[in-house]
Design a protein around this ligand. Structure first.
Ligand SMILES: C[S@@+](CC[C@H](N)C(=O)[O-])C[C@H]1O[C@@H](n2cnc3c(N)ncnc32)[C@H](O)[C@@H]1O
Length: 211
């Protein structure tokens, strides 16, 4: 069985951040979708599997004031802090946790926006997917937003040496279930630092709660 924590700690220990196969200088598709939600600047934004993403820096500089960066890898979050000025890093809540079986995240209050760029697709077993969905449903408030971006059906079958599950927007819609309404989705061609192209699908949902 794969030790995911060790895997990701090792990835973030050994590599330059700007050479990682998911590195973005500016996470434009995520930022555009987040801006489309018209959130108050003090809304709670949770980035799951945040890694050392530049998203946190961009959100701070757009004046969002309640940001939580969470990842299974402590090394990743430590490196992410290093991308920020110390005053900026202090404003963020950094939470090491496994999103498939969270211990610390479940203590949070309700989340206005859940952001996941390329984490869900690593969850291959039903148990992992159920754990992720249970955490999402526990945390995202009514009318809150869920942004999920993963490798599309045409996309790569592996990332960072791990198998992935490919999705389209309908599959993510079915996965989240009837309490979530699909607001927007689009295909996006991500270019890796090496130049290779990776097709992604971006989706934005709102929690409506039918039952
Ligand atoms: C491909 S990277 C993407 C990182 C970041 N979202 C970005 O866009 O740059 C996947 C991230 O998911 C994290 N991850 C993988 N499995 C996880 C899990 N079960 N719980 C929390 N984080 C996880 C990894 O440590 C890694 O940082």
């Amino acid at each position: 069985m794969i030790d995911y924590k060790n895997h990701w700690d090792s990835v973030y220990s050994k590599n330059d951040l700007n050479k990682l196969g998911w590195y973005e200088e500016t996470p434009k598709p995520s930022l555009d979708l987040i801006e489309s939600c018209n959130l108050d600047k003090n809304s709670t934004i949770l980035d799951v599997g945040s890694g050392a993403s530049s998203l946190i820096k961009h959100l701070i500089r757009k004046s969002y004031s309640d940001i939580i960066a969470s990842d299974i890898s402590r090394v990743a979050l430590d490196r992410a802090k290093g991308l920020l000025e110390s005053k900026e890093a202090e404003k963020v809540r950094w939470i090491v946790d496994d999103i498939t079986n969270p211990k610390n995240l479940t203590k949070l209050n309700s989340i206005d926006l859940w952001h996941d760029r390329t984490v869900l697709h690593f969850l291959l077993t039903e148990e992992q997917q159920k754990g992720y969905l249970a955490a999402l449903k526990k945390l995202v408030r009514k009318n809150g937003f869920v942004l999920i971006a993963v490798f599309s059906l045409e996309g790569a079958k592996k990332c960072s040496g791990l198998d992935v599950k490919n999705y389209d927007d309908k599959m993510i819609d079915r996965f989240l279930g009837e309490d979530f309404k699909l607001l927007n989705s689009f295909s996006y061609m991500y270019q890796m630092p090496k130049g290779d192209l990776r097709p992604y699908v971006y989706t934005l949902f709102q929690r409506i709660i039918i039952s």
